[in-house]
Design a protein around this ligand. Sequence first.
Ligand code: SF4
Length: 272
Amino acid sequence: MVASETCAFDIIGAEYVRSIEPGEIVIIDERGIESRRLPKARRALCVFEYIYFSRPDSIIFGEKVDKVRRHLGKKLAEEAPCDADIVIAIPDSANTAALGYAGASGLRFEIGLIRNHYVGRTFIVPHQRERDLDVKVKFNPVSGVLRGKRVVVVEDSIVRGTTLKQLVRLIRSAGAKEIHVRVSSPPVISPCFYGIDMASRGELIAASHRVKEIADHIGADSLAYISVKGMLSVVPAGKSQCAACFTGRYPTDIPADFTKGQFDNVCGAIID
Ligand code: SF4
């Protein structure tokens, strides 16, 4: 059995043996299993797998996602502490980082937002109007937890900022006294040309706005991100990771036409 995430093996009681390496092709046919590898090339593993894409109960690039995400939250708390009453997560993808933040800061972790699990990930919906509707049916605030509190809201990433803006409004409408957003990845400033359809450069809010401007845009009392250095210090094999969407430094040459923007979003797979 081959799967994109190891959590699939747990469900059927299969044993995780190893990962298919970058540049490796595994052929499974009636003759058996054959592995073919490209000549050795530089590795550039996608750091976003640890931040957002993969489930926390998976093992990615040989490390438990849950463990890495908690460390990201802990590092974020060290770099961006906050005088607040409680920590909540934007569920579900920021849950583990929020637990890491709460553990390191000594603040109580609370469930402040309930997610409707029958609605998919917001960022993969192609049009803004559908994304807006998605957010409304996807999250509900827990006013008993939030009312009168100074709340740290941990989010895994901000791409366009539209979802977070609505969520901050939702949390405030439930009675939160202060909202301090902490992000367990650095500002996304460059598009992905390797198959993740996260947005064109013009749509990336951090590509053209300062942190304070983003805080004002989403309506937060404060906003802070983990640094690139901090992120790479807790991600396994940090130097072998691709972090181009946070640094603008791509691990391969990118044709000039792509970087000018004409080909943003052409790569098929899909991130808000
Ligand atoms: S640019 Fe970002 S999303 Fe794309 S592969 Fe690199 S780290 Fe992953």
